[in-house]
Design a protein around this ligand. Sequence first.
Ligand code: GLY
Ligand code: MN
Length: 322
Amino acid sequence: MTGLSAQEIKTGPSAEFIMAVVSQRNYKTAEEIVEIEKGVDTTVDMHVTAMKMVKPGMQELDIVVEIEKIARATGGDISFPTIATISGQTLHNHYHGNIIEAGQLFLLDCGAETSMAYAGDLSSTFPVGQTFTDLQKDIYNLVLKSHYACVDALKPGVTFKEVHRAACLTITEGLKSMGLMKGDAESAVEAGAHALFFPCGTGHMMGLDIHDMENLGEEFVGYGGEPKSTQFGLKSLRLGRVMEPDFVVTIEPGIYFIPELTDQWRSQKKFMEYLNYDEIDKFRDFGGIRNEEDYLITPDGKRLLGSKRKPMLIEEVEALRK
Ligand code: GLY
Ligand code: MN
């Protein structure tokens, strides 16, 4: 007995207590990994189903209904509110009322939760038509390049902040070569100019919650008690701490063309030395692209979770759209 009311307990956990819970739950046991992999496999099934079924004229909701059935049919549930949208540039967009049109990109970010409540969390972006356009391919391949730069960097001893930086630098260098950014890539990332296209984080801890234990505070779960950056972009990185074996993390860098943010920064003449606003303006209607996978940190590196692989390469995705 603590002698405290439920309300007092809710408002007053000590930092030591939170850290103790976090240090127990951040390290996943073999039994937990088995469960998480079941969630990931069901999530792959949800993605493959969506990739096959999307057609012009459908409503986004039609996809949501079909794929959420797959999660519930396992005796579990969805692990978070599904994002299934032709407006992928709007982050955490849960509106499903748009009619899907040919030529658009469809961004799906969804997950299954097992009956034991362990989560999967994957994202895909695929064309509504049979193939990506050349421009969509260019941005998609740059997102993939940044994704695999993160995967390459992921291992024990490396901070997730460094993994995130690998994504930011790859995106900046790629956008420079396409004429959308300019100047020194390292300085642009240091200043936060790339956050116009990537205003969120590369990933988060995953387990019983998709953003595992986020209610306990990201500074404890993702930063080991250290403060988070307040810089636009970096402040949305949920995870920055040193990677250790048995952590489960997501990798999900993306590129988003957000007209409202572009207009705001342009009117403020923000980062004129790094951003070619006239070129960026040509992408106003492009949308957003993200892929996401779930990884276990192992003693010598990382392992992609799940026995099924979500199609990621352009040829693999297009093969499902035929
Ligand atoms: N997949 C949803 C999220 O990471 O916020
Ligand atoms: Mn995620």
